[in-house]
Ligand binder design. Structure first.
Ligand code: DI6
Ligand code: FE
Length: 401
């Protein structure tokens, strides 16, 4: 069958699950029909097409996936950054009423249009790194109206740019001001779920000594399950509260951060197929020294993803390529682990692996075309994107000639 478009003369890292390593095809071609991949293989076997694009030997990877961000929020926290430079800790700032709640005030004051407008430059930065799918969490509204507005703004971004947006309800991010207790806020989060479920693809929580206990997290997870939503968790970032094991017990798509996760947590994740999402930007920005249990995750065969955690407090990072570099430099991930971490495993962390994350027939034709000699260059550079073109749903969003 004649394809709509064929990209030929390319070196392809398919990142497909059945392949060795990155699943490289030298002298390869990819065909798109109706927005999906209809062929991937040696260029000599490619089908005829209405348009043939010669990639000049460039590399093609799946479009990158940033599977953990807080991209939509009001204001910024550059001032707190200055305070931290002067010696204050993240916990001290949070306990003194700064931190997340200061972003809550700025977000509550922002309209949906304001939220879209302020997120767009951050989204454009990710897109310039070859990103085609972005997960965006709520969690800076903490009331029904603002949480809903954040999720709607996030979904609106998919109409502003050629990008797929996956939304996550993070109502249990912090206890909002003037709330009697953390338990009272969990009551409110559970009550919000029926309405926010219309705008969210999954549910997340911040399980931590400065946020919510495992018991409170479980109440959120139970409510999410009752609404048919999969869960994820900010787990064991600042201390080990057994968050990773708790997430796994609820068949979470992912457990994220994991600096303080122990071997029992890793074993539980392996048993339940929960993806480990590593967030080296936050590790770097808060100057953490406790490394996530990389060796144990590898040994247990837990899929590892890498994301920016783009947020105003602990990771004001809008480069997924730099997150890959940090994962390699700080966490000693290999080039292959970094690239699979922002493609195949990131798709799995979003429950989207049937449609995205690798270059395979039937999946959406979301690609990144790179001006590089070898995949290691994607991890090696700091501050320059070698992106040549992006393909979203089979359509070129940049030139490739
Ligand atoms: N963990 C984090 O690192 C961010 N949220 C979370 O649950 C911090 C968000 C912020 O400080 O605004
Ligand atoms: Fe986060």
């Amino acid at each position: 069958m004649r394809a709509d478009r064929v990209w030929t003369n390319a070196r392809i890292a398919t990142c497909s699950a059945g392949a060795e390593g990155l699943g490289v095809i030298e002298y390869g071609a990819i065909a798109a029909t109706g927005g999906r991949i209809s062929f991937v293989g040696p260029a000599k076997d490619a089908p005829g097409a209405n348009e043939v694009i010669d990639c000049g030997g460039r590399w093609i990877t799946p479009g990158l996936i940033d599977c953990h961000t807080h991209l939509v929020h009001g204001g910024n926290r550059a001032h707190e950054f200055e305070l931290r430079l002067a010696g204050a800790t993240y916990e001290e700032i949070a306990r003194a009423g700064g931190g997340i709640v200061s972003t809550v005030a700025a977000t509550r004051a922002a309209s949906e249009a304001d939220l879209v407008a302020s997120a767009l430059p951050r989204l454009d930065a990710l897109i310039a790194d070859g990103v085609t799918t972005v997960e965006i969490k709520s969690g800076y509204g903490l009331d029904l109206a603002t949480e809903t507005r954040m999720l709607k703004a996030a979904r609106q971004l998919a109409h502003e740019r050629s990008v797929e947006i996956v939304t996550t309800f993070l109502g249990a991010h912090a206890v909002p001001p003037k709330t009697a207790s953390a338990d009272a806020h969990i009551d409110a989060v559970v009550a919000m779920l029926p309405q926010v479920a219309l705008h969210a693809d999954a549910v997340d929580a911040f399980c931590e000594s400065i946020a919510f206990s495992p018991a409170q997290t479980e109440r959120v997870f139970a409510a999410a399950a009752a609404h048919g939503l999969r869960v994820k968790l900010h787990a064991d970032q600042l201390s080990n509260s057994g968050g990773a094991a708790l997430a796994a017990r609820y068949n979470a798509l992912s457990a994220d951060h994991l600096e303080f996760t122990d071997v029992a947590g890793v074993a539980a994740m392996a048993a339940h197929g929960t993806v480990a999402v590593l967030l080296p930007g936050a590790y770097y920005f808060v100057r953490e020294t406790q490394l996530p249990p990389i060796t144990a995750l590898r040994a247990a065969g837990v899929p590892i993803a890498v994301a920016t955690d783009c947020n105003p407090g602990t990771s004001p990072l809008t480069s997924l390529l730099l997150a890959m570099n940090m994962a390699a430099t700080c966490f000693r991930l290999t080039v292959e682990e970094c690239l699979l971490g922002v493609t195949r495993n990131a798709a799995r962390a979003l429950g989207r692996d049937a449609d995205i994350g690798s270059i395979e027939s039937g999946k959406l034709c979301n690609l990144a075309v790179w001006d590089i000699e070898r995949p290691a260059e994607l991890v090696y550079r700091m501050g320059m994107s070698p992106l040549h073109a992006r393909v979203f749903g089979g359509e070129m969003t940049g030139k490739c000639a």
